[in-house]
Design a protein around this ligand. Sequence first.
Ligand code: PBG
Length: 329
Amino acid sequence: MFPIRRNRRLRTNEAIRSLVRETYITPNDFLVPLFVVEGKGVKEEIASMPNYYRYSLELLKDEVKTLWSLGLKSVLLFVKVEDVLKDNKGTEAWNPNGLMQRAIKAVKDVCPDMLVMTDVALDPYSSYGHDGIVEGGKIINDATVEALAEMSLSHAEAGANFVAPSDMMDGRILGIREALDQSNFIDTGIMSYSAKYASAFYGPFRDALDSAPVDMVDVPKDKKTYQMDFANRDEAIKETEMDINEGADIVMVKPGLCYLDIVRDIKNTFDVPLAVYQVSGEYAMLKAAAEKGWLDHDAVMMEQVTSIKRAGADIIASYFAKDVVKLIS
Ligand code: PBG
């Protein structure tokens, strides 16, 4: 009794495998996160993110040119803010001459067609390291939304194409959309971190920006009152649906690999583009294992990004973007 169907015929060699392959990775899949720091001629490696750097503005421009030449056409900006500029309300976040606002202009200056997205949350600006304003031991929602709207407007004024709220306050997409529309920024888009989980995988990112919640009485030690419980699945649908109804143009699941069930749920449920953020801890894990010689870096990297796309990601925000594109070109 021989099998009638032999699936292995379609795996015989690379030619047939590539003919029937369902998922391909291209430079168009990626959104590149970039960390910006004050100063001149600064390119600092982030300790827990080997081969990933913070750039001061001039060197940021060089990096952006390199990305563009590799076919990477979208960046997501984050800034590391000096301690003296931090306060509870994150006031520096909407300083028209702040580091973020200058970084947006720097990118546009050197590469006008580069799509610029900006992180919107108070944590890099907060003296407490929270995404919102802290009062009486709590993160207060509605006043935070007003601050985020102000921040988004200032990014739009500086030339950002999309703002990307990563804070998980309730109602922030609507608050931001209204603020943008009232000032006539109708073409500025919103990529909402709609299903963002309270994850321990963000550790290296908080090192990169020095933005971890501080250890003080009356300040929550974690972000669990606003970011989602990683045990929940249905809640991701609810959060995403609400953000779409409030005006999100692109929605996101974050982190990536441990959350691919959520990615597929959302892909099957909604018709807006879906981004997935392969976060700092995911990057750090592979770098560390590869450094020890325990994993094949490039092979695992390709398996990971391909799996994220296969699960349903239209856009992958990844610290591996440059490595991947160099490998496949
Ligand atoms: C800020 C923000 C975080 C990340 C993106 N935007 C950290 C956090 O929420 O604590 C994490 C990205 C990463 O880990 O790569 N709100």
